[in-house]
Design a protein. Structure first.
Lengths: 771, 158
C-alpha cells in the first residue's frame, strides 16, 4: 500500500514528547556568556549620550557595548525585497547609533556570566534621549505636516498593478460598493521565544538560532557582517514554531555573531516574551480601501484596491513584499473584467512589520470575502449565491485570472456543496430567521469564505519580476547508505510541520523502502548545503518535489546497475516495490541490496560512479493554489456584545494528501490563528508610541476554552503543477477563517443596521456598534 | 545563599541558590533539565508546567527556594522504563503536537487535570487547559488526546 496518503504518526514526536528536544536556549557551551539588551523606551528620539562604563566591575559583567562600539562592523539589517524604483530603504543599524525609531530598538548590551546578572547590569547603563515626535497613524504620516520617521519622508514606496479598464468597469455600474477595512497589527507569537547562540574558534563561526531560514540567514549574515560565508555555519535546531516571525535577519543574530568575535567566547541571548512582543516583527497592519462594481445580477465588473501598508520604522527582510503577495489575491476565486491595485508603504515609529502566516494573502482574502457579503446584502442575495455567480467554474481550469495568475486546478462547487451539507446551512438559516423574528437578544450569524491562495513560493522567474532578491527553488538529497538505509537531506527547514514524517512517506513510495528505514535531516548549513528554507507553504510543493526528483535520479542510477548485475538490457529491467526485476522473471535485486553493491563498487557498469545517491534542485513552474469553503456560525449576545463560535466547518482542497493527520493539524491551527485575528488579537500602541500589549496577559492568544472543535473535510482536486498533485496547506486555514468569522459576526448584526465591525470583534466593539 | 533539597524526576539534589532564582531556571540551567521550556514571563502560557508534590505548577512562577523539600516531576520523568505515559502516547496517536514547544507543559497539565477529574468532558478539558497556550494545533487534537489519555489511564488503573 502506498505510504503517501497514510495517517502516519510523526517521527518527530518521540523527542518532543519526552523533553529531549534541542531548542536553542537549551544549549550551553563551555565558557558561554549571556547577552541582555537595553532597549529604547521612546518611540522616537535622538540619542545624545550612551554611557556603559558604570557596568564595569559589576558582579559577573564581562563587557558592555553601545551602538557606536559596533558602528564599523554591524552593517545595516537587510531588506531583500526592494519592490519599486521609488523605494526608500533606510539604514537600519542592529544597535541604534544616533536615533531610535520604535520602542524596543536595541541601544546597548551587557554580556555577563548568567542571564540574571546581565539583566541586572542593564540598570547601570545611562542613556540620554532627546525626544522626537512619534508617527503612529498612516494617513497622518503621509501629510505634509507630519513629523518624519526618516529624513527622506514617511513614504516607503508606491506600487501599482492592474489589468482591464477599471474606469470603464466602475462608470455607471448598477452596483458600487465602497468599504474601508482595517487589518489590525498582529504579533505572531510562536510559542518558542527567539534565541541565538554564537560561537567561534577564532576563524570559523557557528550560529544556532530559532530561525525558519538557516540558509538565507547564512548568506545575509555574511553579506551584513563581512564574515566570509564559507566560515559561517548556521544551525536551526528544533524550532518551536515560526508563522513567519522567524523568517527574518535580526539585530540579535548579527550582534551575537559580532559579540562572539569581539569577546572570543560563546554568547547566548534568549528573549523574554515581553521583549519578544516588542521586537519580533509584527504582522498585517493595513488600511484597505476597496471599491467593487457589479451588475444588477451580482456579476462583478471590476475591483479597485487602494492600500496603505504600515512598514513600521524600517524595512526588514521582506517587509515591503508582503502587500505585493496580496496584490495578486484581492480578486480571489472570482472572474471580473478589470482590477486595479495601488499600494503605498508607510513608515511609522513602530516595530517593523513583515511576514506573518499568509503574508498578504489573508489581508486580500479578507477584503474580497467581506465585500462579497456586502454585495450579497446590497442585492438581497444569499452570500453563497453571489459567489456562485462569480467564481471560476471547475471546467474552466486552468484559468488565468484578472491578476494574471494561472490557477492550475480547482473545484469550488464541490468544496462548497460539501461544506454546506456538513454545516447544515439551510437549517441554520431557518434558525437565524426565527431568532430575528423573535427578537432574540442572542442573534445567530452565518459567515462564509470561499478562498483560494497562492503559495508554494515560488517560481524564481516570477520572484525576479517582482524584484525579490532571491529565487524560489529548493534542494533535496537522497543518500542510500551501505546497509540500505536512506538519509534524506532537505533544504526546507522544519519547525513543527512534520517534514521528517512526510518526506519519509514520499521517499518510501518512490524508492520502495520501509518508512522506518528513512531519516530526514535539515536545518544545518553544514549538512544541508543549499536551501531556501520554509515559509509561504512551500515545503511540500517545492522542497518535497526536490526530494522526489532526487529519488528519481537514484532510481535511474540503480536501474542501470541492476541491469548490469542481472545481466540484462536496461530496457528489460522493471521496478516495483523496491525491487528491480528482469521483466517476466522473478530474478531481481532490491534497491537496498544495490546500495551495498555500490558501496563495494566491485562490479559497476562502465562510467557509473560508486554509491547510490543524488541531489536535485527544483524550481517550481507555478504557484500552488489550495482552495476551500469555510462556514462559521456565531452567536452574538446583543446585550453584552459577546461572540461565541457555535460551529465551524471547513472543506479544503489541498490536492493529493501525503499525510491526512498533518494536513488536519495544519488546517486546525490555521483556522485558530485566523479566528484569533477576527476576535481576539491586536497589537496596541498608545498615543506616545508605547506598545501596550507586551505580555500574553494583554495580547490575547485564544486558549482551548475560547475555541470550538473544528469540523473539517476535504475535496481532492490534484494540482497539475507538480508530479504528486499536492498543494500547500500551511497558511490556508488562516487565510480562510478570518473573513468567515467576521462575515458571521456582521451577519448576526445586520438587522441592527451594522455592516462592519473592525477587528478584533471584541465584546466592547460590538457593544459600542450596537449602542 | 540558601541551600535547598529537592528531588527531581527521582534524583535528589542539594544546591545553593540565589533567593530570586526561578524554579524553571533552576531546572534548566542548574540541573540541565531542559525538557521544561519557558514560553512567557507572566505565567500565561503554561509551557513550563511541572508537577510539584503532585500538583501542577508553572515553574516560572515558583522560586527555587519555595520548592525546598519537594518532589518534582517534569516531562522528562513521566515515561517509565522507556514506555511513554498514556498521556504522552495519546498525544502522539492523536497528533496533538506540531512544533512541540507547549507540549511538555500541556501534557503535565493534562495529567494533573485527570487527577481532579478522571473522565472529563470536552468542555471540562477545554476549561481545564485554559492556562496552557498552544499556537500550532488549534487545540482540537489536544482535546482528543486528553480524552484518549483519560480512557487509556482508566483501563490501566481500574
Amino acid at each position: 500500500m502506498s505510504e503517501v496518503g497514510k495517517a502516519r504518526r510523526r517521527k518527530e514526536d518521540a523527542r518532543l514528547l519526552t523533553g529531549r528536544t534541542q531548542w536553542t536556549d537549551n544549549m550551553q557551551l563551555p565558557g558561554m556568556a549571556y547577552v541582555a539588551f537595553l532597549r529604547s523606551p521612546m518611540a522616537h528620539a535622538r540619542i545624545t549620550r550612551v554611557d556603559v562604563s558604570a557596568t564595569r566591575g559589576l558582579p559577573g559583567v564581562i563587557a558592555a557595548f553601545s551602538g557606536p562600539d559596533f558602528a564599523d562592523e554591524q552593517g545595516s539589517l537587510p531588506c531583500a525585497w526592494p519592490v519599486s524604483d521609488d523605494i526608500v530603504i533606510p539604514d537600519h543599524p542592529p544597535m541604534a547609533i544616533s536615533e531610535v525609531r520604535y520602542v524596543g530598538e536595541a541601544v546597548a548590551c551587557v554580556i555577563a556570566t548568567d542571564r540574571y546578572k546581565a539583566a541586572d547590569a542593564l540598570d547601570a547603563i545611562e542613556v540620554d534621549y532627546e525626544p522626537l515626535p512619534a508617527v503612529l497613524d498612516m494617513n497622518d504620516a503621509l501629510t505634509e505636516a507630519s513629523p518624519k520617521v526618516h529624513e527622506a519622508g514617511n513614504q516607503a514606496f508606491t506600487w501599482k498593478f492592474g489589468q482591464g479598464d477599471i474606469d470603464a468597469a466602475l462608470r455607471d455600474a448598477p452596483v458600487t460598493i465602497d468599504r474601508t477595512y482595517v487589518q489590525q497589527r498582529l504579533i505572531p507569537t510562536a510559542m518558542e521565544p527567539r534565541s541565538v547562540l554564537a560561537s567561534t574558534d577564532g576563524e570559523s563561526f557557528t550560529l544556532w538560532s530559532a530561525t525558519q531560514i538557516p540558509h538565507v540567514l547564512r548568506v545575509m549574515l555574511a553579506l551584513t557582517t563581512g564574515i566570509p560565508e564559507h566560515k559561517l555555519r548556521v544551525i536551526a535546531p528544533d524550532v518551536g514554531g515560526g508563522f513567519g516571525s522567524k523568517l527574518q535577519v535580526t539585530a540579535e543574530e548579527v550582534l551575537c555573531l559580532l559579540l562572539t568575535r569581539r569577546l572570543g567566547k560563546p554568547v547566548k541571548w534568549t528573549e523574554s516574551r515581553s521583549e519578544g512582543n516588542l521586537t519580533v516583527h509584527h504582522g498585517r497592519d493595513q488600511i484597505q480601501h476597496i471599491t467593487l462594481a457589479a451588475e444588477a445580477d451580482g456579476r462583478i465588473r471590476g475591483l479597485r484596491v487602494e492600500l496603505l501598508a504600515d512598514m513600521g520604522a524600517y524595512l526588514m527582510l521582506v517587509t515591503p513584499g508582503v502587500p505585493l503577495l496580496g496584490a495578486f489575491m484581492f480578486n480571489g476565486i472570482y472572474k471580473m473584467d478589470a482590477y486595479d491595485f495601488n499600494c503605498t508603504g508607510v513608515f511609522t515609529t513602530k516595530m517593523p512589520t513583515d511576514a506573518y502566516r499568509g503574508a498578504g494573502r489573508p489581508e486580500a482574502t479578507y477584503a474580497i470575502e467581506r465585500i462579497m457579503d456586502e454585495l450579497a446584502a446590497e442585492l438581497g442575495l444569499d452570500p453563497i449565491e453571489v459567489r456562485r455567480r462569480n467564481w471560476i467554474k471547475h471546467e474552466e481550469f486552468p484559468y488565468t485570472t484578472i491578476a494574471t495568475l494561472t490557477y492550475d486546478s480547482g473545484n469550488y462547487e464541490a468544496a462548497t456543496d460539501k461544506a454546506l451539507a456538513m454545516f447544515g446551512y439551510d437549517k441554520l438559516r431557518a434558525e437565524q430567521a426565527d431568532r430575528r423574528d423573535r427578537g432574540d437578544p442572542v442573534q445567530l450569524g452565518i459567515g462564509v469564505s470561499t478562498y483560494t491562495e497562492m503559495c508554494g513560493l515560488a517560481p524564481s522567474r516570477m520572484l525576479g519580476s517582482l524584484n525579490y532578491g532571491a529565487g524560489g527553488w529548493e534542494h533535496g538529497s537522497v543518500r542510500m547508505l551501505p546497509t540500505g538505509k536512506v538519509e534524506v537531506v532537505t533544504g526546507s527547514s522544519a519547525h513543527g510541520q512534520g517534514h521528517e514524517t512526510a518526506w519519509s512517506q514520499i521517499v518510501a513510495d518512490a524508492l520502495g523502502v520501509p518508512f522506518e528505514d528513512i531519516s530526514v535531516l535539515h536545518g544545518d548549513t553544514a549538512i544541508s548545503h543549499k536551501g531556501m528554507d520554509t515559509y509561504g507553504s512551500r515545503s511540500l510543493v517545492v522542497g518535497g518535489m526536490a526530494v522526489l526528483a532526487a529519488c528519481e535520479k537514484v532510481k535511474d542510477k540503480a536501474a542501470k546497475i541492476a541491469a548490469h548485475v542481472l545481466e540484462c538490457a536496461p530496457d528489460d529491467v522493471e521496478f516495483a516495490e523496491g525491487t528491480f526485476k528482469v521483466r517476466g522473471t522473478e530474478a531481481g535485486r532490491t534497491i537496498q541490496e544495490l546500495a551495498l553493491a555500490t558501496f563495494a563498487a566491485h562490479d559497476l557498469p562502465d562510467g557509473v560512479e560508486p554509491r547510490l545517491d543524488a541531489d536535485a534542485t527544483v524550481d517550481p513552474g507555478n504557484f500552488s493554489y489550495p482552495h476551500g469553503t469555510h462556514l462559521c456560525a456565531v452567536e452574538v449576545d446583543t446585550e453584552t456584545g459577546m461572540t461565541k463560535i457555535r460551529s465551524y466547518v471547513a472543506v479544503d482542497d489541498v490536492g493529493r494528501v501525503v499525510n491526512p493527520l498533518i494536513v488536519d493539524g495544519q488546517v486546525h491551527g490555521g483556522i485558530a490563528q485566523g479566528i484569533a485575528q477576527a476576535l481576539f488579537e491586536e497589537a496596541v500602541y498608545d498615543a506616545d508610541g508605547n506598545l501596550l500589549t507586551t505580555t500574553m496577559a494583554d495580547y490575547l492568544l485564544p486558549s482551548a476554552a475560547d475555541l470550538p472543535t473544528f469540523v473539517t473535510d476535504r475535496t481532492e482536486t490534484p494540482a497539475t503543477s507538480n508530479p504528486l498533485g499536492v498543494k500547500g496547506v500551511g497558511e490556508a486555514g488562516t487565510i480562510a477563517s478570518t473573513p468567515a468569522v467576521v462575515n458571521a459576526v456582521v451577519d448576526a448584526l445586520r438587522p441592527h443596521g451594522i455592516h462592519d465591525v473592525q477587528m478584533p470583534c471584541t465584546p466592547e466593539r460590538i457593544w459600542r456598534a450596537l449602542s | 545563599m540558601p541551600r535547598i533539597s529537592v528531588t527531581v524526576d527521582g534524583i535528589a539534589y542539594e544546591e545553593d541558590v540565589e533567593p530570586r532564582l526561578l524554579l524553571v531556571h533552576f531546572l534548566r540551567e542548574r540541573l540541565g533539565k531542559t525538557g521544561t521550556p519557558v514560553g512567557c514571563d507572566t505565567s500565561n502560557c503554561g509551557a513550563c508546567t511541572v508537577s510539584l508534590d503532585g500538583k501542577s505548577v508553572k515553574s516560572c512562577s515558583v522560586l527555587a527556594v519555595q520548592a525546598d523539600g519537594s518532589a518534582i516531576t517534569t516531562i522528562e520523568g513521566l515515561a517509565a522504563n522507556g514506555t511513554l505515559h498514556p498521556m504522552q502516547q495519546a498525544f502522539h496517536e492523536e497528533h496533538a503536537l506540531q512544533c512541540g514547544y507547549c507540549t511538555p507543559g500541556m501534557v503535565m497539565a493534562a495529567v494533573d487535570l485527570l487527577r481532579d477529574n478522571p473522565d472529563p468532558s470536552e468542555e471540562a478539558i477545554r476549561e481545564g487547559l485554559e492556562g496552557n497556550l498552544c499556537r500550532c494545533t488549534g487545540y482540537c487534537n489536544i482535546v482528543r488526546a486528553v480524552r484518549k489519555g483519560a480512557q487509556d489511564m482508566a483501563v490501566k488503573t481500574p
